[in-house]
Ligand binder design. Sequence first.
Ligand SMILES: [Zn+2]
Length: 578
Amino acid sequence: MSVSPEDRDLIYALALDNAVKYGGKPSKGAVIGKFLHLRPEYKPRVKEILPVIEEVVAKVAAMGPERQAEELERYRHLLPERPARRAEEELPPLPGAERGRVVTRFAPNPDFVLHLGSVRPLLLSYMYARKYEGRFILRFEDTDPRTKRPRPEYYRMILEDLRWLGVEPDEMYYQSDRLELYYDVARELIRRGAAYVCTCSPGEFSALAREGRPCPHRGQSPGENMSMFDEMLAGGYGEGEAVLRIKTDLSHPNVSVRDWPALRIIDTGKHPHPRVGSRYRVWPLYNYSCAVDDHYMGVTHVIRGAEHLVNEEKQKYVYMHMGWKPPVAIHHGRVAIPDGVLSKSKILAGIRRGIYSGIDDPQLATLAALRRRGFRPEAIRRVVLRGGLKASLMTIDWSLLAAENRAIVDREANRYFGVKEPVPAWFPCERELVARPRRHPSDPSRGEREIRVVPEEGRAKVYLERGDVERLSPGTQVRLIALGNFRVAGVSGRGVELEYVDNDVERAKREGLLFLHWVPRSHSIRLDLLYPGRSYAGVGEGNLLSESVDRVVQLERVGFFRVDSVSGGSVTLVYAHD
Ligand SMILES: [Zn+2]
């Protein structure tokens, strides 16, 4: 029994994969083990395959790491898919968690869409609920109709983002539906002497708080506070004229914790809420509604960024006054995204000024933008999971995300020729030529595509990439991939004059000719390429018209793109990564 060429390729792929993972030196033992696992029929004849494996491992070991990585890209599709281990199984245990009793929540404010920075608390909360067979709650924190005004389209877009990420909430709430509950708890806090209505101006109050001194309202009786609170609800105070404060420790080291405000007045006549209009004037502040909801929704674990530490400190007073048991809070480190514009105000200002085309502009790190560029939720999940629950800063590097995504889309992406900045080239030619490159370089089963070069008046015309043309000078030889080897006869402002030499691909490799992608004029379409921050009106091979929207393709030597639109004779592609 000899080793078939297919199995030899598999051994090669395994050795490459092992070498790339472990610093360039493939381990013979690991390759043998994996190969026998995939092809158990060889087990009785290990001795016969051993020399083949040794030869392949030696060949791979002799390559440089760059060549190994390149070769792996070509052969990766032969490797079995990574075991479909459910992501949540890889998570470290959650402190105090019991199977079936874990309740987590994700609580976005629908004043904007989700972005890469939001996915860490979201996915961790969701995956932990799944890991422990508990419940996952989505809660819209939409209680600021004035400065963090929710917008109807963002409720919808957040749900779309979640669906795309594969997150299915077990329960969904809107805080704007729960104002009566917040009022009830407020009355109870007042009755317990744990909250008071304060009519100090913010300046007066903070001057006293800084000194650790109570304001005159702190000493009011529950009865006085109750009637003032009823007055707040009845419209007796204007915006900014009264707040309900939670009693804390006036000597708390963090001044903002000292008797923090729980409910305030918003003039919903001027600032109507998108869901409940002007029905309510007294609105909870973040820490108050959050504490009340976490309690009534039975949240057992709160997973959020370290920037919420002070919020936990504030919320614990509500729990203490009410005699509730606080959830376990786990604070993970901040998420940093180099070059990722995440600020809502910056993004919206950029859209108004035309710097960004919209929420899904390829320059942005919104989930809508990542989706549009062809990033897969699985790639995002893997990156987030790698950061785990650690309290340290987590940097989501674009190259890391690109590497995870490439590993997913490389297999499925068909290959095409497309030229970003076309420069004309021509060569003498009398009859039609047909190039037949593969749809996928390492998967012959997908077949070939056909690119016809139809000469006009004895010349064939093609487009080359401007960046490539700049490297050419008369006399140099190049290979037009799948077409042939050519000599450069001249380069001018009009374009490049070529002469056909031969079609010997081995010679081209041996002599290190520049391999160029190209598009024949007779078989070209308009290609709009949207990159972050710039776009190109290029040309592509006509076969691109057979792709459908949302698929990911690779333009050879250019990069991976998501098909954004196919219309008439043109295709728009959005750049994902190289
Ligand atoms: Zn006061």
